[in-house]
Design a protein around this ligand. Structure first.
Ligand code: FAD
Length: 399
C-alpha cells in the first residue's frame, strides 16, 4: 500500500450505471471517484448497442451524432418458418449507438460535473473493519493502494466481484443467464437498415433469439443470446450464430466480422438485495436487466440515477446505514421492478414455446401485439389469444 484517498463515494465500474451515478452525485456536490479496470472506457463493447429513444428522456443530454450511428423506424420478427411480423414508425423510436463513444460521453459529462476517474484501475476487494465497509483496495499498473469512502457503489457488471466481496451473492442459477455472442459485420446486404431484425425459435437460438441491429447501410451488429443451461447440447451461442449466418447467405454472402463480442446477460430480474451498510449495487451488477430481451443500458442508468439520489441524501444526513440506503431498493422494486417482474413471467412463458408455437404466433400476432407483449401488457395478449380459435392450444402455456 503506498497511497490513500478519501471520497464520499467510490464507484467501481465506468459503464453506463457507474458514469450516470457519478454525474448525478457530482451535480449534488458529492465528492465521487470512479475506478475502471479497463484502459479505455467503453472498449471493448459487449453490446448490440440498441437503445429505445424514449427511455433516455430525463437523463438530460442531447442526442449526439457522434454516438448515434443509426435511427430505427421499426422492427421485424421472424418465426422459424421465416414468417415475418413487422411494425414501422414514422419517427425513429430506437437508436443504434456507437457504445464506445457513448460511454465516453457519459464519463466526460460526469467529469465535467466534478467527478474524478481513474482508468486501468481494478478494484480488488472491499475494505472492512469488522463488518463496516470503508472503501476499496485497488490496483493500478502494479501499484496497490486503498481508497476510503463513506459509500462504495458496485457498478462492475454481471457477476459483480465487488458485491461478492461485500457479502452479497450475485451469482445466479444457470437458468437465469443468457450467454451472448456477437459479430459486428461489414458487407451485410438485403437487410432493411431502418429496422432491427429479430429471429426466434429453438432451432435458431434455444430460449433466446438472434438479432441484426444495422449500424448503417452495410454494417450491423449480428448477435445471439441463448439460455445458458440450454447449451447442454454442447453447441455454444457462437455455433448457433455461425449456423444462422451460413444459412442466410442472401444477407451475409461476402460479409465479414470487424469485431467479436461475447458476454453473459443476467435475466433473473434482480439480485436478492441491493444494499448493505455503506454499500450499494447498481446496473448489471444488481442484475437489473430486461428479462425478455436482455437490454440493460438504460436500466443501468435508471438504477444509477436512483442510487445517486438516495446516496446523496444519506450523506447529507450523515447516515449511510443499510436501512437508509434501502430506499433505493424500495423505489426500484415499487416502480421499474414491478414491470421487470411481469416481464420475467412472460420470459418463463416464452421459454415454454416450441418452434410450432412460434410459427403459430407468427400467423396470428401483429407487430402491435408483439409490442404490447414485450412491453409487459400480458393481459392484452391473453385476451387476444382467447378470442382466436387457432390459439387455443397455446393458451395453457400462457396461463
Ligand atoms: C452480447 C450482448 C449484447 C447486448 N446488447 C444490448 C443492447 O443492444 N441494448 C442494451 O440496452 N443492452 C444490451 N446488453 C446489456 C448491456 O450491455 C448491459 O446491461 C449494460 O452494459 C449494463 O451496464 P453496467 O454499467 O451495469 O455494466 P457494464 O457495462 O458491464 O460496466 C461495468 C464496468 O465495470 C468495470 N469493472 C468490472 N470489474 C471491475 C473491477 N474489479 N474494478 C474496476 N472496474 C471494473 C468493467 O470494465 C465495465 O466497464 C447486451 C449485453 C450483451 C452481453
Amino acid at each position: 500500500m503506498n497511497e490513500k484517498y478519501d471520497y464520499d463515494v467510490v464507484i467501481v465500474g465506468a459503464g453506463p450505471a457507474g458514469s450516470i451515478c457519478a454525474r448525478y452525485l457530482a451535480e449534488k456536490g458529492v465528492k465521487v471517484l470512479v475506478v475502471e479496470k479497463r484502459q479505455e472506457i467503453g472498449a471493448p463493447k459487449r453490446c448490440g448497442e440498441g437503445i429505445v429513444v424514449e427511455s433516455l428522456e430525463g437523463f438530460n443530454f442531447d442526442p449526439n451524432a457522434n454516438w448515434i450511428t443509426n435511427k430505427i423506424h421499426g422492427f421485424s420478427i421472424y418465426s422459424p418458418n421465416r414468417k415475418r411480423v413487422s411494425m414501422s414508425w414514422n419517427e425513429p423510436k430506437g437508436w443504434i449507438v456507437e457504445r464506445k463513444i457513448f460511454e465516453k460521453y457519459l464519463a466526460v459529462d460526469a467529469i465535467n460535473a466534478g467527478a474524478r476517474y481513474m482508468v486501468k484501475t481494478r478494484a480488488i476487494e472491499i475494505m472492512k473493519e469488522g463488518e463496516k465497509i470503508y472503501g476499496v483496495k485497488v490496483e493500478n499498473m502494479g501499484d496497490k493502494f486503498e481508497i476510503r469512502s463513506k459509500i462504495v457503489i458496485a457498478a462492475d457488471g454481471v457477476d459483480s466481484k465487488i458485491a461478492k466481496s461485500a457479502g452479497i451473492n450475485t451469482v445466479n442459477k444457470l437458468s437465469d443467464y443468457h450467454s451472448g455472442f456477437q459479430y459486428e459485420m461489414a458487407g451485410v446486404k438485403n437487410c432493411d437498415s431502418k429496422q432491427i431484425h429479430i429471429y426466434v425459435g429453438n432451432t435458431v437460438a434455444p430460449k433466446g433469439y438472434i438479432w441484426i441491429f444495422p449500424k448503417g447501410e452495410r454494417v450491423a451488429n449480428v448477435g445471439i443470446v441463448i439460455l445458458a443451461k440450454e447449451s447442454s447440447d454442447k453447441r455454444r451461442a457462437k455455433d448457433y450464430l455461425d449456423k444462422f449466418i451460413e444459412t442466410h447467405s442472401e444477407i451475409f454472402e461476402g460479409a465479414s466480422p470487424i469485431e467479436i463480442n461475447a458476454g453473459g446477460v443476467p435475466v433473473s430480474g434482480a439480485v436478492e438485495t441491493f444494499v448493505h451498510d455503506n454499500f450499494m449495487i447498481i446496473g448489471d451488477a444488481a442484475q437489473l436487466v430486461n428479462p425478455i430481451h436482455g437490454g440493460g443500458i438504460v436500466l443501468a442508468m435508471n438504477s444509477g440515477n436512483i442510487a445517486a439520489e438516495v446516496a446523496s441524501e444519506a450523506l447529507k444526513e450523515g447516515n449511510t446505514s443499510k436501512e437508509k440506503l434501502y430506499r433505493y431498493e424500495k423505489i426500484w422494486r415499487e416502480t421499474i421492478g414491478v414491470k421487470m417482474q411481469k416481464l420475467l413471467q412472460i420470459r418463463m412463458v416464452i421459454e415454454k414455446l416450441s418452434d410450432d408455437d412460434f410459427n403459430l404466433l407468427g400467423d396470428i400476432l401483429s407487430g402491435e401485439d408483439v409490442t404490447k407483449l414485450i412491453g409487459g401488457k400480458y393481459k392484452f395478449v391473453l385476451n387476444m389469444l382467447v378470442k382466436n380459435p387457432k390459439a387455443m392450444l397455446l393458451l395453457n402455456k400462457f396461463m
